[in-house]
Design a binder for this molecule. Structure first.
Ligand code: URA
Length: 445
């Protein structure tokens, strides 16, 4: 008989839990036998008292086994996916998945929706008219065999314990805790039955992990759990202090991703996409080193193969490919509102706060402020100026799109407050900070 109070007490007193206790708790909660008020008390006790590496691995396993583990293995290659811990303007998956597929990787991508101030790949894909993020199991297998990629949303069968726990964490202030984030991400990714996983662990203002120290710890936990479950896992620590690329929004980011697939994306998005793809190719045994993988990925973009795969993927999942061929054909009903540089704008943009922009974009309709909100495919921000760009007073800094009436002045203020100016351009920084594998960090910190 499960003694939930005893489990909560053990954690409240800062002791470690046995594998059996954790397994029994997660199983009973998933079956509806533990009420939310007891699980909330457990979550907070664990958040405050901590969980060690063994408990984190056990928790991941319990959440993984709460649902189905898929098997997309096939004669035609290895399955490798990529997952980001979440950022602002993070559209990498949209171009990365088709590029990797064009290079021969099988990519069974099950993506998420916007979370807090960070965007979600599923919301972005659904801004393509007709695109369905729910596809039958038969079609998923067929798509992987014929095209090498599918991109869908979470299904009810995968890690149901995570869905229940995530909703509870969201309302009990227990989201930003490394053991819970690790178990949440890895239970879902391991359920894809992968041969390899590449993780983009974001660090900085626009990320869940705001300090590099916390982000490094998260990367280490994620890789260690992947390795323990027999899935070779590589993590890149990447900068999320300023938004990625020049757009934050659902359709806006699809448009920018199409530019990337044409080889014309912004430098930060292109370099991160190609690097992560290089890692996927190594894990899929299609490249000897990340550098040669990057070159293969670049070739797939330059030859147009990656864009063709994206268009075929969109068609296979019911989307309108005419807007992929020509993004300006997508009907727009929202007009841009321009934010201009203030009088004190002094020659250069020196900084741009990703968190402020992420929160503003969410409120414009890019994400949800309450669970029931519908996202607006057109809402978002276009950044005409980013750190390092020259600027004069009254020049356009950014444009925003929203259907929220009466809030324009507030959005304009928020965007202005995200910018800093100075009379010197800041040093240019790579978005790629460091790489972690089961043999350690590349640049030991
Ligand atoms: N992404 C997830 O899937 N889960 C978390 O807990 C945080 C980010």
């Amino acid at each position: 008989m499960l003694d939930t109070v005893k489990i909560i007490t053990t954690k409240r007193n800062g002791e470690t839990l046995s594998d059996e206790s954790l397994a029994a708790l997660i199983e009973a909660y998933t079956c509806g036998q533990v009420p939310d008020y007891q699980m909330s008390a457990f979550l907070m006790a664990a958040f405050l008292r901590g969980m060690d590496a063994r408990e984190t691995t056990t928790l991941t396993g319990c959440m993984l086994r709460s649902g189905k583990v898929l098997d997309f293995g096939g004669a035609s290659g290895r399955t490798v996916d990529k997952h980001s811990t979440g950022g602002v303007g993070d559209k990498i998956s949209l171009s990365l998945a088709p590029i990797a597929a064009a290079c021969g990787v099988r990519v069974p991508m099950i993506a998420g929706r916007a979370l807090g101030h960070t965007g979600g790949t599923v919301d972005k894909l659904e801004s393509i008219p007709g695109y369905s993020t729910r596809v039958s199991p038969n079609q998923l297998h067929r798509q992987l065999d014929e095209l090498g990629v599918f991109m869908i949303g979470q299904t009810d069968e995968i890690a149901p314990a995570d869905r229940l726990l995530y909703a509870l964490r969201d309302v009990t202030a227990t989201v930003d805790f490394v053991p819970f984030i690790t178990a949440s991400i890895m239970s879902k990714k391991l359920a894809e039955g992968l041969n390899g996983l590449v993780l983009d662990v974001k660090s900085g203002r626009g990320a869940f992990m705001q300090t590099e120290r916390e982000a490094r710890h998260l990367a280490e936990m994620l890789v260690s759990v992947g390795t323990r479950f027999g899935t070779p896992t590589v993590a890149w620590l990447t900068d999320m202090n300023i938004p990625l690329g020049r757009t934050v929004g659902n359709w806006l980011e699809v448009e920018e991703s199409i530019a990337c697939l044409c080889g014309q994306g912004p430098e930060d998005v292109m370099s991160l996409t190609l690097q992560l793809c290089g890692e996927m190719l190594v894990l899929a045994d299609l490249a000897d080193s990340p550098d040669s993988g990057v070159q293969l990925a670049r070739n797939a973009v330059e030859s147009g193969r990656a864009l063709d795969i994206f268009a075929t993927l969109v068609a296979a999942q019911g989307g309108d490919t005419s807007v992929i061929e020509n993004p300006s054909r997508r009907q727009r009903t929202c007009l841009p509102q321009v934010v201009r540089a203030p009088e004190m704008a002094d020659r250069f943009v020196t900084d741009l706060d990703a968190r402020i922009l992420g929160i503003a974009a969410t409120e414009m309709g890019v994400g949800r402020t309450v669970k029931e909100d519908l996202v607006d495919p057109e809402a978002g921000i276009v950044l005409h100026r980013k750190p390092g760009d020259a600027v004069q007073p009254d020049e356009p800094l950014a444009s925003f799109y929203t259907r929220k009436t009466g809030l324009s002045a507030q959005f304009e203020q928020a965007i202005l407050s995200a910018y800093s100016f100075g009379n010197q351009a800041p040093p240019s920084r790579s978005v790629l900070i460091d790489r972690f594998t089961d043999t350690g960090w590349s640049n030991a910190a």
